[in-house]
Design a binder for this molecule. Structure first.
Ligand code: MLT
Length: 401
């Protein structure tokens, strides 16, 4: 009989967004005539931009001719895309060598797979609330997690507690789910803490394209010293509508070298390279061709136009919540709006609120409980819906409260 990975017993029965989809499908099976508006999972609704589509077509054509056909590609990604991403960082005054950039099928897999590089004995700090993948993937690997509370008092931006030693720190900014963004001095404090503790920051910047204030850092590598203590994960899912197309990248600086217990120096860039070449055969050439168009002048302009559309949706939601007197967070440098659940049927529990909205106005959001204990009385709405649906959802909201 195989011995199973019993760490799976410490997970919730299903992944947050699978549970939501299940509840919505059950509701629809019982109420087939109802129009459900989904503002739950952060899934984009606008099609890919015309520049990306053109480039995807070019990629398909390349595969049709012997001279340009591609078989297995480099596991780290094609040079044309790694160079384009390096240039993108340069535009934001951050210097990243293409050898530090690894192309993948998205930040979700990479933030999960990175756990392969670290031993069980680490002290791992994870904000609560936060994107559930960090927690679940560490639990799957049997690792212990120490939580740091994100609360209204700290604007959902936990800061280092100097009395605690950490080895690995997860940060997500702009934050999923709260929409909170670390400013430069806060990130500088985290980098200082990581350097003092010889710790690694795993920085998820999947929502960086939503930052509109040039003073706010879009990359941890815009902070001095970060290349000695941080790995950054980014994704084209939200920047360029790639949720279904799948492409992301992870930056592992060449400076990340640590001593192993036997005294041997180990480079995290070399380890990640080894891990990826063993377990991953690269993102498809066609997708990488499409992704490269995102970083052209015209491609980026088209992405910004789409981002502006979602930002407008965020305003529609924020305006309604303000009129209703709801206290909310995010929605400015983030596609997410995070608010305290009002008391319904004697409770502020976010799953009860989820059911209440679904049953009464057929609007789907994400219960804060799915992001951690500190989220249990909060609720998240996304601005990734289409405009008409967002307006209709908020009209229904307006009538209910
Ligand atoms: C979310 O809704 O939190 C995200 O879309 C999930 C993801 O990016 O995997």
């Amino acid at each position: 009989m195989p011995k199973l990975n019993e760490n799976y017993q410490s997970l919730k029965e299903s992944y947050l967004f699978s549970e939501i989809a299940h509840r919505v499908n059950t509701y629809l099976a019982e109420n087939p005539d109802k129009k459900v508006i989904r503002l739950g999972i952060g899934d984009v609704t606008l099609p890919l931009s015309s520049e990306v589509i053109k480039s995807l077509h070019d990629g398909v054509d390349d595969m049709a001719r012997a001279e340009t056909f591609k078989g297995y590609g480099p596991e780290q990604g094609y040079a044309f895309l790694r160079n384009a991403i390096s240039d993108y960082y340069k535009e934001h005054h951050v210097s990243i060598d293409p050898s530090e950039i690894f192309i993948s099928d998205g930040a979700k897999s990479d933030t999960g797979n990175i756990t392969d590089l670290f031993a069980k004995e680490n002290t791992i700090l994870v904000p609560d609330p936060v994107y559930p993948v960090y927690v679940d993937t560490n639990l799957m690997a049997g690792k212990q997690i120490t939580y740091m509370a994100g609360t209204i008092e700290n604007n959902f931006l936990p800061m280092p507690d100097k009395t605690i030693h950490a080895d690995i720190i997860y940060l997500c900014s702009p934050n999923n789910p709260t929409g909170a963004v670390y400013n430069r001095s806060q990130l500088q404090e985290w980098v200082r803490y990581a350097l003092e503790n010889h710790a690694i920051i795993l920085f998820d910047s999947a929502y960086e394209a939503f930052i509109s204030d040039p003073e706010l850092p879009r990359s941890i590598f815009s902070i001095d010293g970060a290349k000695k203590c941080a790995i950054e994960f980014c994704s084209l899912s939200k920047t360029a509508g790639f949720t279904g197309t799948r492409c992301g990248y992870t930056i592992v600086p060449n400076d990340l070298v640590f001593s192993a217990s036997n005294g041997k120096e180990m480079s995290l860039n070399a380890m990640w390279n080894r891990r990826q070449s063993t377990k991953f055969n690269g993102t498809s050439y066609i997708v990488q061709k499409g992704a490269s168009a995102v970083f052209t002048k015209e491609g980026m302009a088209q992405c910004k136009k789409n981002l502006a559309y979602y930002q407008e949706n965020a305003k529609i939601i924020a305006t309604c919540l303000t009129q209703k007197g709801f206290r909310f967070f995010g929605g400015v440098h983030s596609p997410y709006i995070w608010f305290e659940c009002p008391e319904v049927e004697g409770s502020r529990d976010s799953w009860k609120f989820f059911d209440y909205l679904l049953n009464n106005i057929q609007v789907v959001g994400t219960p804060g409980a799915g992001f951690g204990e500190n989220g249990k009385n909060f609720f998240r709405l996304t601005s990734f819906g289409n405009k008409e649906n967002t307006i209709e959802a908020m009209e229904r909201f307006d009538k209910l409260f």
